[in-house]
Design a protein. Sequence first.
Length: 436
Amino acid sequence: MSLPSALLDRARVAARPQVTGSVSGAMGLTLTVDGLAAAVGDLVEIDPADRRLFAEVVAVGRDRLTCMPLGTLSGVHSGAPVRATGMPLQVPVGEALLGRVLDGLGRPVDGGPPLGSRVSYVDLASETPHALSRTRVEEPLTFGVRALDTLVPCGKGQRLGIFAGSGVGKSSLLAQITRGTDADVRVIGLIGERGREVREFLEENLGAEGMARTVVVVATSDEPPLVRLKAAFVATRIAEAFRDEGRDVLLLMDSITRTAMAQREVGLSAGEPPATRGYPPSVFAMMPQLLEKAGTGTTGSITGLYTVLVEGDDHNEPIADTARSILDGHIVLTRKLATVGHFPAIDVLESISRVATAVVPPAQMADAREVRRLMGALRDVKELIEIGAYQSGSDPLVDRARGLAPQIDAFLQQPMGESTPAPESWDWLQRIVRSA
Ligand SMILES: Nc1ncnc2c1ncn2[C@@H]1O[C@H](COP(=O)(O)OP(=O)(O)OP(=O)(O)O)[C@@H](O)[C@H]1O
Ligand SMILES: [Mg+2]
């Protein structure tokens, strides 16, 4: 009988003689360890007798390791014993994770039973599918949100950004999508959010029904930057494992901006120079690495939805700019709509899905295009209408758009708790286009 190689590796690690090194210095976010051999990317355990603090080896010298702690350094003293684990961070994967809430390092934090042997463990690092081995995005993935399913349609394996200022409804939209989507599995990464909000998100927005087919990975804003950064990769790694089983996964990340901020803290403390608006180069290297992991594989797919915080409506902010250039489409939420109570506050005309024509049949596409045309016509003369300078009858398209505006508005607005199956949304849209 042959043992699985992962099991053999573990047995080898366990059987190795234990060598203990010691902490020789700690400054900022880095820690130096003497007298221990380890590879870059491996985890070491500091002061194992006291509490479980892990650190990742980021650089190795002749007999000194430079490590970054995955926890707070307070209480770590020089000379504290350090043990090599012999492996990089291990991420739990598998069906048993559904319904569970994990911390940024993949450990359960929901008070539920230990994961034990019901999950398997894999290295955090993974192969990104090669561009040519990826299947094309051809099938729609629906969200149960009318404005998105019809006017900004998403395909299985597509990666979309949700761009918005603070408090415009990004997280609420993610929750609505999580409950309404037809994806097999949902993985949510909550990165750098306020602790108070996480509970609210899980209990009120997501609810028990939303949790059932969902895995949540949380690293709140008070966690060390490396943990926040890892959390984004841990959530993605869990999604990759489901994809590799042939499943269609929806990965929702709130937010990519805070993930980039975590990388900035890590980069700056490692001595990188700040480049674009205080972001060191490693931030712009990390973003494609993370975002390219989503998408289609040879089997299965990861559809990625990433929220991007646009501060002060500056859409050219470097993180938003980089995200936009990597992603296959964007959903724009505007404060203008949110303040008048139009939710979800999606600016349909500014939102674009690059795969729309590939995933929507031509007849439906024509209806969607017509609604966009009507909305566009109305937007162009909005100011004229407001000041009373528009004369009815001067443009038949505008007149038609004005007549249909209340119906279009009713279609686009959708209360939080409501989910509309895509066929119903398309029928509704068709009724609007065919009426009057
Ligand atoms: N579909 C909706 N229906 C009604 N109200 C909504 C809806 N979506 C959002 N809101 C309102 O907008 C507020 C902010 O929403 P949310 O927390 O989702 O925004 P956010 O963009 O994630 O904010 P932050 O940038 O702080 O993370 C909510 O508290 C709620 O009052
Ligand atoms: Mg939010």
